[in-house]
Design a binder for this molecule. Structure first.
Ligand code: CP3
Length: 327
């Protein structure tokens, strides 16, 4: 390729006025999630508006806990809130898992089929899942948290229960991703958003083995593993059977390249960089592209923040699109 491809995590969302228009006509986030025609429409919006090189299906990582039997509400301006949480072995035994759970997510598969029609092969469609540890964190904690100390407490106090839950989540994710692929997604990204709050020891025991199992099971399409904050386990991630590793903004691209060997790297401009003026966005983006060199997918170091000026986002995307590798 003459330049790296570019897309943004959370590109289908509140940065776009056309997303906010649809969203404000609905009762809430979950209505959008459960309405395939609208989910497909907002998935394609950033392709039309920003001319990014990939679409990511509009959905959420929390569809997995929900199909396993844990219902949640998305509280406006606060985030997810679960009605029950996992505290005991009995709680895990009451969960549904694997194929039966995954098949309940037909509304996601329908959104994928509709999106593929709307995209008409203009760009590939990315499917995704939360990683097992990140999903356990929500299922045990019951909401977002700065520390996820209740979820971490489980790892220290009852590792056996944690592994039992991680196994059930992993089986469900694999069945779910296979169905997503069957319905048309071209690649998969695994979001381990809370990787960075674990110690290397906890990460290598409770997170990495389950990610590795998923990577091994998904051999139909390329897989991107994004373990935010887990620079300390980059060498472990580099051993997984995935094609690409996400890089957050705290990681030096040279460090990532060395640890990741020949894997494709994705990232890593600080989302807050897009609050700056155009000239600065251009020069910092070019500097980032130069540091990564070939074998790179341009993205931010995490999801784009909802209050980012649309112009800043466009400057970023256009800078990548106008870039040329020096040969
Ligand atoms: O464009 C895309 O990236 C696709 C859609 C997408 C959403 N969520 C839509 C969404 C993806 C890939 C996700 C993943 C997701 N969801 C993650 C992993 C990625 C990350 O950010 O680390 C996590 C941790 C969640 C859980 C979640 N969903 C939270 C904590 C929240 C509330 C916080 C917030 O941003 O408001 C959500 C809601 C959510 N998911 C929104 C969107 C566009 C906001 C919805 C709205 O109010 O309209």
């Amino acid at each position: 390729m003459e330049r790296p491809p570019v897309w943004l995590m959370r590109q289908a969302g509140r940065i776009l006025p056309q997303y906010r228009a649809i969203r404000s006509s609905l009762s809430g986030f979950k209505e959008l999630l459960f309405t395939p025609s609208l989910a497909a429409e907002v998935t394609v919006q950033p392709v039309d508006e920003l001319d990014v090189d990939a679409a990511i299906i509009f959905s959420d990582i929390l569809v997995i806990p929900e199909c396993m039997g844990l219902d949640y509400e998305m509280v406006e301006k606060k985030g997810p809130l679960f009605n029950q949480t996992i505290q005991s072995s009995k709680d895990v035994e009451q969960l549904i898992s694997g194929q039966i759970a995954a098949e309940k997510l037909e509304y996601v598969f329908e959104a994928i089929r509709l999106t593929k029609d709307l995209l008409d092969n203009r760009v590939p469609l990315i499917g995704f899942s939360g990683a097992p540890w990140t999903l356990l964190a929500y299922m045990v904690e019951g909401s977002g948290s700065k520390t996820f100390s209740k979820a971490k407490r489980l790892l220290y106090k009852d590792p056996e229960l944690a592994h039992k839950l991680l196994n059930a989540i992993t089986d469900t994710i694999i069945a779910y991703l296979k169905l997503k692929i069957k319905n048309g997604v071209d690649t998969i990204q695994l979001f381990d958003s809370w990787a960075g709050i674990l110690t290397p020891d906890l990460y290598n025991n409770f997170a990495a083995p389950y990610l590795a199992k998923i990577c091994k099971a998904i051999d139909e399409v390329p897989v991107i593993v994004f373990a935010k904050g887990a620079w300390f386990s980059f060498d472990v991630l580099a051993e997984m059977e995935c094609e690409a590793l996400g890089v957050d903004w705290t990681i030096d691209p040279k460090f990532a390249r060395k640890a990741a060997k020949d894997k494709i790297l994705q990232g890593n401009l600080d989302p807050c960089q897009l609050y700056a003026d155009e000239k600065q966005i251009e020069s910092k983006t070019q500097a980032m592209l130069e540091q990564f060199g070939q074998g790179h997918i341009a993205n931010l170091g995490h999801g784009v923040y909802p209050d980012t000026p649309l112009n800043g986002v466009k400057t970023y995307v256009n800078t990548v699109k106008n870039y040329k590798y020096s040969s």
